[in-house]
Design a binder for this molecule. Structure first.
Ligand code: IMP
Length: 423
């Protein structure tokens, strides 16, 4: 039987993908996971052996034995962050990983676009130029790297062994710097640009030790031969470049289409699409957010949920769950099952609200959307003294399932690997 499943965030990212991916990887016994869009703007948090690990590039199944971790063609790869991430894993989990084991486990597409240090400078430059209309990017160079890809001047992982690679990279690097210097010279003057490039070249040399192949061919062959793979989405549906709250979005396709483009896996292999959502809503960066709370409840969600970015440390904006948004995302991405995260954060709240419609039959979460809420009685704990889902929590879940006409099959109830309710 052939099989590829995909897990996608249904909101504005930070839904808790690291843990959800780790959990379904164990349940479904995947042979590998594939990152297929975005880059180090993502921060997938995992708790393993009591240690918190944030992965930006490496797929979240890295702790699962006998699995492949594939970095697909749709990824923008920062070699410096990749090298750092590998050395952190070896340092923190020396009893699990050696460099040779990681080299055997991780497979990188030869078509990934490579982030230069100057892409990060350009990211900052573009944000500054936009002034009050800035997007609030993560500053990791994502937009400018995808920009070079679309302009067909980007550098790809498969090119790093070419003799002219260094020269091409240097030319592009200094071209970027001159763009920035023209308008904001101080942004470049404050940096040691030679040192940044040398450090980047060291990381490129490190990258050369890894398997860099046409992962699309590899994956289709493996899946046709019976291997099971999971596509690991990054960010969330409403940060999708086409379907999200443009222009306050990321530069890749976070909806289902991004999986096919960014992995090369044939649509005929697709089986389940897991849609992951938080029991409430958060957003980092600028942009519309119809159910955002500016009061003490919003603050409570932020502190109880520890809503601070895993990549940038920025506080996340918080608000009630928005089912109109979720319905939109589930429809377009063809979600087949739902996973709810951070349900425990709502414990102890007397009333919990859910957005069930926008006024005037409006259907998209932009500035014009005005939410209509339904209130639910809160709960103290998710599980009652009889060991079953507590009455009010079950009522909340059932309402969501009926509204979206989809089952919630996994509920994450805390940061640890075992804080999970399977249904
Ligand atoms: P960029 O992806 O760094 O270009 O940022 C574009 C927008 O997407 C900004 O609003 C970021 O805050 C947001 N964003 C990017 N990556 C993530 C993520 O992993 N979680 C949540 N928001 C993100």
């Amino acid at each position: 039987m052939t099989k590829a499943d995909v897990l996608l965030g249904l909101q504005w990212g930070d839904e808790g993908k690291g843990k959800a991916i780790d959990a379904i990887s164990i349940k479904n016994n995947y042979d590998g996971a594939i990152r297929f869009q975005g880059g180090p703007n993502a921060g997938h948090t995992l708790e393993f052996d009591g240690k918190k690990t944030v992965l930006h590039i490496i797929p979240s199944n890295i702790f699962n034995e006998n699995c492949k971790s594939v970095i697909g063609n749709g990824i923008v790869l920062d070699p410096v962050i990749f090298m750092q991430e590998i050395s952190n894993l070896i340092q923190n989990f020396s009893y699990l990983f050696t460099i040779d084991e990681l080299k055997n486990k991780i497979i990188i597409s030869n078509k990934c676009h490579i982030i230069l240090p100057s892409h990060k400078i350009l990211d900052k430059y573009q944000e500054q130029k936009k002034g009050k209309d800035k997007c609030g990017t993560t500053g990791k160079g994502i937009g400018p790297t995808y920009g070079d890809k679309i302009s067909r001047v980007g550098l790809r992982s498969g090119d790093i062994l070419n003799t002219d690679f260094e020269l091409k990279a240097k030319n592009l690097y200094y071209e970027h710097l001159s763009i920035v210097t023209n308008k904001y010279p101080e942004m470049v003057l404050e940096l040691d640009v030679k040192q940044l490039f040398t450090q980047w070249l060291d990381a490129i040399n490190f990258l050369k030790k890894f398997t860099i192949i046409d992962t699309a061919i590899y994956l289709n062959k493996a899946i046709s031969n019976g291997k099971k793979y999971l596509g690991e989405g990054a960010q969330g549906f409403f940060l999708d470049l086409d379907h999200g709250t443009y222009p306050m979005v990321t530069a890749s396709n976070t909806s289902i289409g991004g999986f096919f483009n960014g992995s090369g896996v044939s649509p005929k292999h697709l089986c389940n699409v897991y849609g992951l959502f938080k029991a409430y809503t958060t957003r980092v960066g600028e942009g519309p957010f119809p159910t955002e709370l500016f009061d003490a409840t919003g603050k409570l969600l932020q502190t109880q949920g520890n809503e601070f970015g895993s990549t940038t440390g920025r506080p996340r904006r918080c608000g009630w769950l928005d089912l109109v948004m979720l319905k939109y995302a589930c429809t377009i991405s063809g979600v087949t099952e739902l996973i709810m995260s951070k349900a425990d954060v709502l414990n102890g709240m007397p009333t919990i609200k859910v957005c069930i419609a926008y006024q005037n039959d409006y259907g998209f979460p932009d500035e014009k959307a005005k939410p209509i809420y339904k209130a639910f009685k809160g709960w103290k704990t998710l599980i009652d003294e009889k060991g079953i889902l507590s009455k009010n929590f079950l009522h909340y879940i059932k309402f969501i399932e009926e509204y979206l006409n989809l089952p919630i099959t996994i509920i994450s109830t805390g940061p640890n690997r075992n804080d999970i309710i399977w249904r």
